[in-house]
Design a protein around this ligand. Structure first.
Ligand SMILES: Cc1cc2nc3c(=O)[nH]c(=O)nc-3n(C[C@H](O)[C@H](O)[C@H](O)COP(=O)(O)OP(=O)(O)OC[C@H]3O[C@@H](n4cnc5c(N)ncnc54)[C@H](O)[C@@H]3O)c2cc1C
Length: 537
């Protein structure tokens, strides 16, 4: 492929990917007066932080609520972005037991709830609760001060002297303890709990192989969730407005197809070319390495890039998600009596057992001889014993649904490979309809009996929709899979280096740059990448 023309539009920094990471980088660089171009494939920015309207219902397409994590509020304050928000409380339910989480003390109620459901396992429940409590204490330290990356240390001496310096030794000690809790949560729970159903109920809504610390910090995270007026997409909109107000340029509906590393330029899907001094890649990293041409670079650099490229291409995206969007002719009050607007619900205390992983793997490995009935019967168990993440935006802000009605988003972790096999076999529509029907049936027979006769309209997004829309390998929703070797850094003290790439003047940010990903880390790496660019100049 030929190199771009010399008359390409030229920028100090080009940011590829208008998700929350790319928006953060571009906002900071444009505020610093750099000539910045943000290129985004879709019509609107936000990536997996996106809210849309359908028939008067507002839904979040990706993340359902935001965790501050000592990052988002300091970011907003630092950039002068105002946003109305409310707390987004969480409920957790198993069969008929429902717990509304209010504060740290709710952990005790969670313990009692599990003990009522599994009375034969109370000692083991106490052990796991003790571990969660310990992790919550670590989280209190971790989020104990606002993230210093978003503070101006030269101006804010009081923060430096009174908060940051006294906190640092505690932080360093805690980070060491956290690093010791990096074994997969399934292994940790297997050591503590004999009853496989109980293990499932605690952990089956986490990605396979999630590090213990990350998984069992969920109780702290539940207390940290908040929700912006208008939906989570308001955060992306606020950042995009800031970029424009600071003179940055945002180009949407444009996909970057080639990066010419030696020429410091790139090309989009219409053949237009752009030159950069520095590039921040805030999208899928497999795409970056697939699309980067190294012609003209010294041999040593080429070799380094090939090494990293091979590791990236061997890596696998995290599990994906299947989301069902329901527009329901039932008032919000009816749902308010059952749960908060963010609800983790498991209809059966039996747990998924081998259904999600071993049994599914068997189906996929023997696909040629697997009949549709077998897949649907697997789907029966998959929906009956799973844990659903249910979001009802109207319970946070009533104007998210038309008067007298409610919008629900119901999701499950879902295996990308299954959807690929079904699509290639030509029955994706039938499969999706079957999955949607089973979700509605299971919820109507358990927690939401009013659902079955009240659905006005429904539609769903699968791992394939995420892959197509976001360009995310394997439809991943938080970057790399925990079950495979990670091709990026994963220790909090290394986050500053996570944004470096071997490609000259190219930095990386977002959920693929550091593991575990998620909104706060995507924002943090977006800021760290911008800082590197500014320091370089
Ligand atoms: C259902 C769901 C629930 C979640 N729950 C949580 C949660 O509770 N907590 C949490 O922290 N996180 C959660 N996440 C994950 C979180 O939303 C993401 O990790 C985070 O938003 C990723 O941001 P990002 O900017 O790194 O990437 P993305 O949002 O993927 O943004 C990348 C952007 O790059 C664009 N792009 C891709 N390729 C190109 C190209 N070649 N040219 C131009 N543009 C391109 C894409 O269109 C996209 O807009 C959840 C996600 C989902 C889907």
């Amino acid at each position: 492929m030929s190199a771009p023309s010399p008359e390409a539009a030229s920028y100090d920094t080009i940011v590829v990917g208008g998700g929350i990471a790319g928006l953060t980088s571009a906002a900071y660089l444009s505020r610093a007066g750099r000539k910045v171009l943000l290129i985004e494939k879709n019509k609107e920015c936000g990536g997996l932080v996106n809210t849309f309207t359908h028939n008067g219902f507002r839904f979040d397409a990706g993340v359902r609520a935001l965790e501050n994590a000592g990052i988002i509020f300091p970011l907003l304050q630092d950039l002068g972005i105002t946003m109305e928000v409310v707390k987004s409380p969480v409920s957790v339910g198993v069969e008929k037991e429902i717990l509304h989480i209010r504060n740290h003390e709710s952990l005790r109620e969670y313990r009692d709830m599990l003990a009522r459901i599994y009375p034969e396992s109370t000692n083991e429940i106490d052990d796991v609760i003790a571990l969660i409590r310990k992790i919550m204490k670590y989280m209190d330290v971790l989020y104990g001060v606002e993230n210093p990356v978003f503070k101006d240390m030269k101006r804010d001496r009081e923060f430096l002297m009174k908060q940051l310096l006294p906190w640092l030794p505690k932080f360093l000690l805690t980070v060491r303890k956290i690093n010791r809790l990096s074994t997969p949560v399934e292994d940790t729970l297997e050591r503590i709990i004999r009853n496989p159903s109980l293990r499932d109920i605690i952990a089956q809504h986490f990605f396979l192989g999630t590090p213990t610390f990350f998984a069992l910090s969920y109780f702290s995270l539940y207390l940290d969730y908040f929700y912006p007026k208008g939906g989570v997409g308001a955060l992306a909109e606020g950042l995009a407005n800031k970029i424009r107000a600071e003179g940055g340029e945002i180009m949407t509906e444009t996909t970057v197809t080639d990066v010419f590393a030696e020429q410091h330029s790139l090309r989009d899907d219409t053949g237009r070319t752009y030159a950069y001094d520095t590039l921040i890649w805030a999208a899928d990293l497999k795409t970056l390495y697939h699309r980067t041409q190294t012609d003209g670079l010294p041999q040593r650099e080429k070799k380094q890039i090939t090494g990293v490229k091979n590791a990236m291409l061997k890596g696998r995206g995290s599990e994906s998600v299947f989301s069902l969007f329901l527009e329901v002719d039932v008032p919000l009050e009816t749902f308010r009596e059952i749960s908060h607007g963010h609800f983790f619900y498991t209809p059966s205390k039996r747990g998924l057992g081998e259904t999600h992983h071993a049994q599914l793997r068997q189906l996929l490995d023997n696909w040629e001889t697997t009949g549709r009935e077998q897949v649907f019967s697997w789907l029966d168990a998959f929906t009956e014993y799973n844990t659903f993440e249910i979001s009802i935006p109207g319970l946070k802000y009533a104007d998210m649904a038309p008067p007298g009605q409610s919008g629900l988003v119901v999701s499950l972790l879902a295996e990308y490979d299954l959807f690929v096999k079904v699509r290639d076999a030509g029955w994706l529509e039938e499969f999706t309809a079957g999955l949607e029907a089973r979700i509605v049936r299971v919820l109507s027979h358990s927690i939401f009996p009013m659902l079955k006769d009240a659905i006005i309209e429904q539609f769903s997004f699968s791992p394939l929709s995420i892959e197509n829309r976001i360009g995310s390998s394997e439809g991943a929703i938080v970057g790399w899979s925990f079950a495979e070797p990670l091709p990026v850094l994963s220790k909090i003290q290394q986050a500053g280096r996570a944004v470096l790439t071997p490609i000259p003047d190219v930095y990386q940010a977002g959920q693929w740059a550091y593991s575990p990903g998620g909104v706060p880390m995507s924002i943090l790496t977006g800021k760290l990448a911008a800082d590197r660019v500014l320091r370089k100049r």
